[in-house]
Design a protein around this ligand. Structure first.
Ligand code: COA
Ligand code: AMP
Length: 631
């Protein structure tokens, strides 16, 4: 007999309109859709065409109207400041309506963009929801990015207003956001009309007269704003993510498909009920933060946790257990790197013994490959299912997962289990032919993609086609390689492009190379991701210096490291580079980054048939040995 998963997965592919039309009944619509799926203009698919709704209404107001105003919507837990704050759904409605009014006073309306540069405070969610309330399009920029990255996003999104906090808090240091914002606006070609600044007591910001407005003042003068109906296909947000160059891709998310899909995943994948507490330990600057700190849990009527801290050091490796126990959290979602960090500090789980976790049900991991060691350690310590699931900024929710609310399958270590309903995952070879089960190839998803996935890139339909749709016509290219076994379990092995994954953060080595190439002494460069026990991967740079440079190599390297930190940001974690005489290349001049990575990671490698000069590889090996990499 077919199980609930098989039934759902099969219907979602044979009759997506029936499947998602039913899921859409769980959302409140101002106007019902005319058509569930408009597939008239592939590869641009549109969901719930003709429908109108408001995402903020669905995430906040409707729970209040249903009598759940007293339920806690947000718990802000900050071990860094030693404070906690609980916000009920009724309060969240009031805060969101007031801030929407403040944004409207600054001229923000439907379709206008608003950039949010915010740390992990409840106001980050309030600002996102307030934009949604107005039908404005938010774009959150992660706090670990430097001014230049913020400027790139300002130029692309052209926001009317930027909302920022005066500072973010990292363990042991206060990061003043305002100087970074001022510098970003100085170098950007687009200038926002206004900046609304949330003053935090740890570091107050100097305000620019005529441009900057204080959050508290703006709100106190504002009239609460109602929810503005928008089309299901109107954009809710833009989230920039690393591509293969320094120009990030603006992933667009619509309103209707997004609300339907995320609401559905809360039960189907995570198996949580409205009223339960759901914790995604990530950051609002990443897609996980958008989908599962802000929108998913709130659309489902859960309590969401905004955690301002790290898995270790704030104050210790027991922080996660303290939060789970104190707030009675049944489900946690984080990146494997967080667990590797905890395991390193507390291998025997001594901290765990101090807390009552009897109500904890499931741990979900994503953002990078979950190594079997980490999964087994977490299972042993927590004695609950540890569920790896695979997704991307572009998809907004999981492509493959053990759907705990449908049918729990046995875990196979190294696999995020099966394609989630809505996803038709295939493995293709370089000739675009499907390969047999178990054989590695490019992981692609047959079109149409389900609702809530990217309908396009911001103002870049051509780039959307070229990046995701052109190489395998009829399929979405995930950029990941792997295989699907005989039982339909998906295995995600590696990226097929220049993207690396550092502590669950997605970074472009191409973007780092662009920065290094600007160093006056550097003639040529390459950046690869090398294995790191804690962060999964770390970037490593190779620099070839211009003829006649006499500066000590260590000096050039230090300058290069500083340049990447100042241009991309501390999150790039670019700390190591080597000066080499030359780079290994193919005869056509392509740098053999893959081979260099294999050498650095102690993997077997074949001498590439197309290599220009085989003698270079031993030189690279020697340089790596000098810094403790390679054999
Ligand atoms: N604002 C400013 N700086 C930030 C920042 C922010 N929001 N987030 C990170 N940084 C800085 C860090 O302070 C660090 O700076 P440093 O080089 O001076 O030490 C640098 O960026 C790198 O940060 P990170 O990669 O996070 O390393 P870390 O050593 O601070 O922490 C982990 C390592 C594993 C504990 C941490 O990455 C973590 O908790 N990861 C969880 C996974 C996660 O959130 N993934 C997101 C997708 S699910
Ligand atoms: P991001 O867009 O930051 O979410 O990063 C997406 C990329 O992270 C994917 O394309 C994968 O390379 C990687 N990734 C995310 N989740 C997993 C997972 N569960 N297993 C393996 N790789 C993953």
């Amino acid at each position: 007999m077919a199980n609930a998963y098989d039934e759902a997965h099969s219907l979602s592919l044979t009759d997506p309109a029936a499947f998602w039309g039913k899921a859409a009944e769980d959302i409140d619509w101002v106007k019902r859709w005319d058509k569930v799926l408009d597939d008239s203009n592939p590869p641009f698919y549109r969901w719930f065409v003709g429908g109108e709704l408001n995402t903020c209404y669905n995430a906040v107001d409707r729970h209040v109207e249903a009598g759940h105003g007293d339920r806690t919507a947000i718990i802000h837990d900050s071990p860094i400041t030693g404070t906690q704050r609980k916000i009920s759904y009724a309060e969240l409605k009031q805060l969101t309506a007031s801030f929407a009014g403040a944004l409207a006073d600054q001229g923000v309306g439907k379709g206008d963009r608003v950039i949010l540069y915010m740390p992990m405070v409840a106001e980050a969610l309030v600002a996102m929801l307030a934009c949604a309330r107005l039908g404005a399009v938010h774009s959150v920029v992660f706090g670990g990015f430097a001014a230049n990255e913020l400027a790139t996003r300002i130029n692309d999104a052209k926001p009317k207003v930027v909302v920022a906090a005066s500072c973010g808090l990292e363990p042991g240091r206060v990061i003043a956001y305002k100087p970074l914002l001022d510098e970003a606006i100085r170098v950007a070609t687009h200038k926002p009309d206004r900046c609304i600044i949330l003053q935090r007591e740890q570091k107050q910001a100097d305000m620019t007269a005529g441009r900057d407005v204080d959050w508290a003042e703006a709100v106190s003068n504002a009239r609460p704003h109602d929810c503005v109906p928008v089309k299901a296909t109107d954009p809710l947000y833009i989230l920039y993510t690393s591509g293969t160059t320094g120009q990030p891709k603006g992933v667009v998310r619509d309103n209707g498909g997004h609300a339907v899909a995320l609401k559905w995943t809360m039960k189907a994948i995570y198996n949580v009920e409205p009223g339960e507490v759901y914790w995604a330990a990530s950051d609002v600057g990443w897609v996980v933060g958008h989908s599962y700190i802000c929108y998913g849990p709130l659309l489902h009527g859960c309590t969401t946790v905004v955690f301002e801290g790290k898995p270790v050091g704030t104050p210790d490796a027991g922080t996660f257990w303290r939060v789970i126990s104190e707030h009675k959290i049944p489900v946690l979602f984080t990146a494997p790197t967080a667990f590797r960090a905890i395991k390193k500090e507390d291998p025997n789980g001594e901290f765990l013994k101090k807390y009552d976790l009897s109500h904890f049900r499931t741990l979900f991991l994503a953002g990078e490959r979950a190594d079997p060691n980490t999964i087994t350690w977490a299972q042993t310590q927590l004695q609950v299912p540890v569920i790896d699931h695979w997704w991307q900024t572009e998809t907004g929710w999981a492509i493959a997962a053990n759907c705990m609310g449908l049918e729990e399958f046995p875990v196979k270590l190294g696999s995020p289990t099966k394609a989630v309903p809505g996803w038709d995952v295939r493995t293709l070879d370089e000739n675009r032919q499907e390969v047999p089960p178990g054989q590695i190839g490019a992981l692609v998803c047959k079109l149409p993609l389900p609702p809530g996935t990217l309908p396009t890139l911001w103002n870049a339909d051509d780039r959307f086609r070229q990046a995701y749709m052109d190489e395998y016509p009829g399929y979405y290219k995930t950029g990941d390689a792997g295989f699907v076994d005989e039982e339909g379990y998906v295995y995600v092995m590696t990226r097929t492009d220049d993207i690396i994954n550092v502590a669950g953060h997605r970074l472009s080595t191409g973007a780092m190379e662009e920065v290094l190439a600007n160093h006056p002494d550097v003639a040529e460069c390459a950046v690869i991701g090398v294995h790191d026990d804690m962060k999964g991967q770390m970037p490593l740079g190779f620099l070839v210096l211009k003829a006649g440079v006499t500066k000590p190599h260590a000096e050039v390297v230090a300058e290069a490291v500083k340049m990447v930190r100042e241009t991309i940001g501390p999150v790039a974690a670019f700390k190591k580079a080597l000066v080499v005489g030359r780079l290994p290349k193919t005869r056509s001049g392509k740098i053999l980054r893959g081979t260099m990575q294999k050498i650095a990671d102690h993997q077997e490698y074949k001498m590439p048939a197309t290599i220009d000069d085989p003698d270079i590889l031993p030189e690279i090996e020697e340089a790596l040995l000098e810094v403790g990499l390679a054999r």
